[in-house]
Design a binder for this molecule. Structure first.
Ligand code: ATP
Ligand code: MG
Length: 416
């Protein structure tokens, strides 16, 4: 159904007439519309001079300081654009988001209820996917996020604003979780005692990454913080990971958070509310492709300690989701929409939560070779003729060699 956003078009530097706008994409944070305009420019005849734009209304419940968010976004896109132009890229308009200015010289429009709107040029000939379809796609998505981080390593001062304070502060999330257990407002804690115990079993994980950062072993960098596959536009023709989008959570953070969330969300085919828990495993070929793609761009700037922290990030991002899902269950399902009646407190431990992350976490702790105990630090760079080779250690002593130089990988016997 078309939405009349002509009032918005009139306030923007778009030399054209608003035609229509439809809700667009599968994002669920902001309101996103694809709008078509009939352009006036010379030579654009009726019907043939149409252009599309993305109008987005920022979700004010999630982002409390939209002005600071927009400042971040403008700086980040300007910086990346500058880099692409400097290297003579011929497809700059499709490789970085282009903010459309308003007629009063701003990059945002505030509506009568105080809502913030921003508009981007529509990147044509590309699409996003909610689930990874091919190994190549996984590699491209990993590469795109690695490239994104790389483009921003030299973003000048001041630091970007924290658009969501404490976003990946896992110890804080654990404290909040414990408070929720204490309060037990819905009287549900007794039924999920086993799950709570399991959260506590992994509690020493919570502060490990931040501890490394406090100790000066790993730095804060500019990271994306929402590294889902559907935040990369994939070129329809070439399959290239063309443009990283959804920049609302770009802020200072740890590269391990980005890599970890990418692994958590992309290398596992179970939906977050899947009942088929056998799917809640890391698909190794996907993991391998993500790591290969990511490191093909990021290895050039990451420190050894940061590379060592990537696997830890994958565990921690999973652990955070467990804290949030179980915490939300205890608080009365106020945040996550639960698609199935929760079955806490019934059969086997891993089957009771409406969230495969629990299974995933157990695998991370015990069974799964890549995430097995003692394997942090197993992802390493060793010199290799073809460029740089990364190894993921395996429990049986085998290694997953990712040859970044020529971008192929092999999974050693017994690991697939
Ligand atoms: P999320 O739920 O992932 O946080 P969101 O609500 O923040 O999403 P976006 O990810 O920014 O929204 O955008 C939603 C969708 O709109 C994207 O998945 C993509 O398909 C499409 N989209 C966004 N920007 C553009 C663009 N410049 N060109 C083409 N498509 C775009
Ligand atoms: Mg998105």
């Amino acid at each position: 159904m078309s939405k009349d956003l002509s009032w918005l078009g009139e306030r923007l530097e778009i030399d054209g007439e608003f035609v229509s706008a439809v809700a667009y994409g599968s994002g669920h944070i902001n309101e996103t519309f694809a709008a078509t305009y009939e352009m006036r420019g010379a030579g654009s005849e009726a019907g043939s001079g149409r252009r599309r734009f993305i109008h987005q209304r920022i979700n004010a419940d999630v982002f409390k300081d939209p002005a600071a968010l927009m400042d971040n976004l403008a700086r980040v896109t300007r910086h990346i654009r500058g880099k692409l132009e400097a290297q003579g890229d011929e497809d700059v308009e499709r490789r970085v988001l282009t903010l459309i200015a308003s007629r009063d010289g701003s990059d945002r429009v505030i509506d009568e209820s105080g809502g913030y709107w921003r508009t981007f040029a529509f990147i044509e000939g590309a699409a996003t996917f909610d689930v990874v379809g091919t190994i190549d796609q996984a590699r491209e998505v990993g590469r795109a996020f690695g490239e994104f981080q790389r483009q921003l390593i030299d973003l000048g001062p001041p630091p970007l604003a924290f658009t969501i304070p404490g976003f990946h502060n896992t110890p804080e999330r654990l404290r909040a979780f414990r408070g929720t257990v204490e309060r037990d407002v819905c009287d549900r804690a007794a039924a999920v005692r086993d799950e709570i115990d399991r959260v506590e079993h992994y509690a020493d994980l919570a502060d490990r990454l931040l501890g490394l950062q406090r100790g000066g072993e790993i730095p804060l960098r500019v990271v994306h913080n929402d590294t889902k596959i559907n935040n990369v536009l994939i070129d329809d023709e070439t399959g290239e990971g063309l443009c990283v989008i959804d920049l609302d959570t770009v802020m200072p953070g740890l590269v391990a958070d980005d890599f970890g969330d990418l692994v958590r969300t992309t290398s596992c085919f179970a939906r977050e509310d899947d009942r088929d828990l056998s799917k809640a495993v890391v698909e190794l070929p996907i993991f391998e492709a993500l790591a290969t793609g990511y490191l093909s761009r990021a290895a050039s700037f990451l420190s050894r300690a940061e590379i060592d922290s990537l696997i830890l990030g994958s565990k921690l991002m999973t652990y955070e989701m467990v804290l949030r899902f179980l915490g939300d269950h205890l608080a009365g399902d106020t945040y996550f929409r639960i698609h199935h009646a929760a079955e806490f407190g019934q059969d086997g431990i891993t089957r009771r939560i409406d969230h495969p992350a629990f299974v995933f976490l157990d695998l991370a702790g015990k069974n799964f070779p890549v995430f097995g105990e003692g394997l942090e630090g197993a992802l390493m760079i060793v010199p290799h003729q073809a460029g740089v080779t990364h190894h993921v250690g395996a429990k049986d002593g085998g290694q997953l060699a990712l040859d970044v130089g020529c971008c192929h990988g092999r999974i050693p016997h017994g690991m697939a």
